[in-house]
Design a protein around this ligand. Sequence first.
Ligand code: ADP
Ligand code: MG
Length: 698
Amino acid sequence: MFDITAQDIKYLQGVGPQRASVLNKEINIYTLNDLLHYYPYKYIDRSRLYYISEIDGEMPYIQIKGTILSFETLGEGRQRRLVAHFSDGTGIIDLIWFQGIKYITSKYKVREEYIVFGKPTVFNGRYNIAHPDIDKADDIALSSLGLRPYYNTTEKMKRGNLNSHAVEKLMQNALNLLKEPIAETLPQYIIDEHHLISLDKAIHEIHFPHSADRLRKAQYRLKFEELFYIQLNILRYSKERQMKFRGLNFSKVGDYFNDFYFNNLPFQLTGAQKRVIKEIRNDTGSGRQMNRLLQGDVGSGKTLVALMSMLIALDNGYQACMMAPTEILAQQHYESLKKLLFGMNVRVELLTGSIKGKKREAILNALLTGDVNILIGTHAVLEDNVNFSSLGIVVIDEQHRFGVAQRAKLWSKSNTPPHILVMTATPIPRTLAMTLYGDLDVSVIDELPPGRKPIKTVHQFDNRRHSLYESIRKQIEEGRQIYIVYPLIKESEKIDIKNLEEGYEHVCEEFPQYKVSVVHGKMKPGDKEEEMQKFVTGETQIMVATTVIEVGVNVPNASVMVIENAERFGLSQLHQLRGRVGRGADQSYCILVTGYKLSEETRKRIQIMVDTNDGFEIAEADLKLRGPGDLEGTQQSGIAFDLKIANLAKDGQIVQYVRNVAEKVIDNPNFEQLNENKKLWEQLKLLRKNDVNWSVIS
Ligand code: ADP
Ligand code: MG
């Protein structure tokens, strides 16, 4: 049967080859079906007429019915504008155009009756509407208008006469063409069980809603479907993986773990640490392969959880491996684990790119014989010549720099894939994590070890530099160290480096008696490490850097984080940077330096930083302010979430709901074969084919 919705958009009445090419290029619309899934971004109630005498200057969009009394052209050059004096008998309002004057004067006539729609403003004591929508009064039956859709358009579309109005007309034409209901994309049993409206109804109502209530139902149905298929895709994938791979079974907790717990552990575990260790213990002892994401704010004690998980592997005769994104971090982990394991019979080795020759050979051999129990390293551990005798668990610290492909590479290092624990300090809101890392189980450390002094965060305008330097001086005199961070934005790297260099010179002049380190992305890795190391050892007191200063680096003596041009950072990034301080016993400070002129959104962002130290609260706020597409986690994972209708920030409840629905589908032992599910797999296949983003998830 011929499916009309597959028809090329250029054959639709009102399109043609030229407009079709604009639609293709600008908004990715090639077929009728694409067009029908191009949803409005807002609706305006057009069922009611206002009188001009009712207008009070604070109204949103309104609609009035009347006639143009006269036209007038005013102003010169850029100020030139066309004014139409419009009256409905109760008053006069000016309609104003700055562009398309010729077209307007030829199209609209004096004394014809029109319906005018737009947002009224007051200028020089007169009401006016700039660039209103105008229809001939007898062209539209008001009651049929109801909620009117508004579509996003681009500059190029507008130039091709494809404004929201035009898209609306095309939509009408497309819907009129349909002789049959649009084919359903969800199985009937899911539609029934969750009281959804049909796809056909939803598409009609999303474009031309008969009422606010029907619009809500249409939106719900479409969001449900969009989010449901994402979850179904993730769950089916992880189910397949579970069936394909058995997991190592860590059946017991033995001496390594217990010795450490009772003799070496220098403090009480926090409740959250205990809970997470229990979750990991359950996973690794279940016979399934563990894939767990551990989220915990900076300083929440993730390393300890990692260590104790690795000790469970040792207790079951396996080796463990921990990967960090940089040499410095790997080095730090190595040293702190050696300290924690002091006196125990556990061999820990460090493997990074700079460990070469005989030393490297010796480590590689000891890995093969099983003499090395725990290997700490960088990407270097992924190299093909690094092989274990029996790798049981891999811990990945700061996951953002490890892609899915690298995770997969780890699996090849043993016959049965090792358990994987991914740790991150960038908190990801739950609903987002469910979508981004849907194949990972998530554990959260939501409690800091006792006795931490919360970091004090202040906002300072950059014209108060003097007092800023005074506070820095005082801290250094007390023996503390200081970070000063400059933004780095890819497009303007040159300018940023200049900022940084000027800042560096400035700081050197201001503090001639102290030593200053400088680190930025354009430096050779070796030089970078060297400068970092100088700061770590305390040889330098001030570190001037771009954001390349490594996530997770631990310099407990650093007590002040100054962030220059703080307005140019996202919330999560600010929080991450702030986490570099507050690791010692002293009071720490974070100083956000900005210019005087700030947008409303920036002001909010800075205020949130000043108000809270809670990473999850900040992540939620970030998600709301910026939308999920911009969050670091999303970008890094390569999944740009340009969802068509759902919004991960606002539709968290629906995400949770459809996750449960998808779980129920997958939990049925015959889920693949069931006839009633056939539509699901067809639809998944289609979505995978059409949507590049999906190939990243699976
Ligand atoms: P992160 O989660 O940022 O990786 P770390 O594991 O580096 O945090 O821990 C930060 C600091 O807190 C370390 O010095 C660590 O020894 C200490 N720490 C961890 N757990 C506890 C605890 N339960 N009680 C006291 N201090 C702890
Ligand atoms: Mg850490």
